[in-house]
Design a protein around this ligand. Structure first.
Ligand code: NAD
Length: 482
């Protein structure tokens, strides 16, 4: 069947299911969330096998960074579902007396989730959890760059959730384009910003709201007062321990002082040797590069003439296995491609400055990152960093782990994204907050109705200024004379 027909049929079927009211009850939502939870638990081995096939992802990373984050999202949504769904009473205000007021969360309708290849299980299911919790029907388009996970999701979802309301459509650019041509009630896209622009322009045709989870260059600033060994381990864990650097919140480059750089480099090198041995290309604990396009892209970043002699650690690669070793570069020029593009791989440039405060201007001279990290014991510096550096999220003295906290929003700012999700923010991303004001037939204020008179205006002015006498006059139906 043609991609356009598949897309149109998927949307139409789901629209009919949504219109039937099937997705609205809490019981339906909870059943789907329990289904996803069961899927993640029962299919752990199959999910890990797919992630290994797509990325040679180590089992520990597959479990800790994908499966367990999905199960904790499901549990969090199940625990909070009733609370999220309950209309929230708000003060009614004197102007509308007597009345009650509330905010009711209603589902948006039929939503499209387009996910990326680097965390292909997590990034597909996590937004779906929010969409279901908020009572929507969902079409999920997994990434074709991770084909084993995409096909596993297409097989598994119908076994665990209501396929009349939650549907997987597999495919690449043609299929995604066909989906984007349909009218959705929300589009949630994870991936690079070039495609983010395409998604937004399709959405604009129908005034469809979007969440765009994009990327960028995430800086790590390292002060000279840190616990060096802990710092090096935590940078390594957030970089190479996350899909070999193919993660949106991986450290993209380090900024430290000229005087501290040799110590940091030495510590990072030792940690890397301890983690991945003397021949990291043979380590089973490092993911491979996803495909030859990305392998060649990363090789080109390393091989650029003005960059090649800046490699101070690593640099080995194996095209057959699509493996690239953890690689450190010292002071590549700021106009080199590695410092202009998102690295999204195992290469980590270290940029040196005279004083650590210079890092602020350097970060702010680039696009706003998805995450920014600072290692320091100096609380004044941390405060200044928080106040002066704009980023989707921020962590002090660690990297990447903020995404495990369901109470924190996860999303970008500026070029790194639009909107956010996780925990309550996922529910909010897929719900419309409807204002509901419920008035009594009492409380007729004649002063609000024509014919307008100076007397009525005086009463209304008094009411708007909160004058108690005017309130009483309005409530008892005074007109203020002529
Ligand atoms: P990708 O190649 O898997 O693409 C993402 C999705 O876009 C896929 O489903 C794909 O089919 C679709 N797509 C690709 N080209 C398209 C086109 N021309 N028209 C319509 N749809 C198209 O993933 P990617 O973009 O390589 O992902 C890596 C990027 O995503 C990095 O920039 C990374 O930082 C970012 N990312 C962000 C997050 C986040 O949560 N903010 C998470 C992961 C990745």
């Amino acid at each position: 069947m043609e991609a356009v027909t598949v897309a149109a049929q998927a949307r139409e079927r789901l629209r009919a299911s949504f219109a039937s009211g099937r997705t609205r009850p809490a019981a339906w939502r909870a059943a789907q969330l329990r289904g996803l939870l069961r899927m993640a638990v029962e299919m752990e081995a199959e999910i890990c096998a797919a992630l290994r096939a797509d990325l040679a992802k180590p089992r520990t990373e597959s479990y800790v960074h994908e499966i367990s984050l999905v199960t904790s999202s499901c549990k969090f949504a199940l625990k909070n579902l009733q609370k999220w769904m309950k209309p929230k009473k708000v003060p009614a205000g004197l102007l509308t007396f007597p009345s009650t007021a509330r905010v009711t969360a209603e589902p948006l309708g039929v939503v499209l989730v387009i996910s990326a290849w680097n965390y292909p299980f997590l990034l597909a299911i996590d937004p779906v959890i929010g969409a279901i919790a908020a009572g929507n029907a969902v079409v999920l388009k997994p990434s074709e760059i991770a084909p084993a996970t995409s096909s596993l999701l297409a097989d598994l979802l119908p076994q665990y959730v209501d396929s009349s309301c939650i549907k997987v459509v597999e495919g690449g650019v043609a299929e995604t384009t066909a989906l984007l041509e349909q009218k959705w009630d929300k589009i949630f896209y994870t991936g690079n910003s070039k495609v983010g622009l395409i998604v937004m322009s399709f959405a604009a045709k129908h005034l469809t709201p979007v969440v765009l989870e994009l990327g960028g260059k995430c800086p790590v600033v390292v002060d000279s007062n840190v616990d060096l060994h802990v710092t090096a381990k935590r940078i390594a864990a957030g970089k190479w321990g996350c899909n070999n650097g193919q993660a949106c919140i991986s450290p993209d480059y380090i900024i430290t002082t000229k005087s501290f750089a040799p110590k940091l480099l030495d510590s990072l090198s030792k940690v890397l040797e301890k983690f991945y041995g003397k021949d990291p290309l043979r380590s089973a604990d490092l993911s491979r590069i996803v495909n030859s396009n990305h392998f060649n892209r990363l090789k080109a970043l390393m091989d650029e003439e003005m960059v090649y002699d800046k490699i101070v650690f690593g640099g080995q690669s194996d095209e057959q296995q699509l493996k690239i070793a953890p690689t450190l570069l010292l002071d590549p020029p700021l106009d080199s491609a590695i410092m202009k593009e998102e690295v999204f791989g195992p290469l980590l440039p270290i940029i040196t400055v005279d004083k650590i405060h210079e890092s602020f201007a350097l970060i702010n001279s680039m696009s706003k990152p998805l995450a920014a990290y600072l290692f320091s014991k100096d609380s004044k510096l941390k405060h200044q960093f928080e106040r002066n550096v704009s980023a989707g999220g921020m962590v002090f003295n660690d990297t990447s782990i903020h995404l495990t906290n369901q109470h924190l929003p996860f999303g970008g700012v500026g070029e790194s994204g639009v909107g956010s999700y996780h925990g309550t923010f996922s529910f909010d991303a897929f719900a419309h907050k409807k204002a509901v004001l419920d008035r009594s037939f009492l409380g007729e204020a004649k002063a609000r109705y024509p014919p307008y008179t100076p007397g009525k205006l005086k009463i209304l002015k008094g009411v708007l200024k909160g004058n108690p006498l005017a309130m009483v006059q309005a409530a008892v139906g005074c007109t203020g004379g002529a």
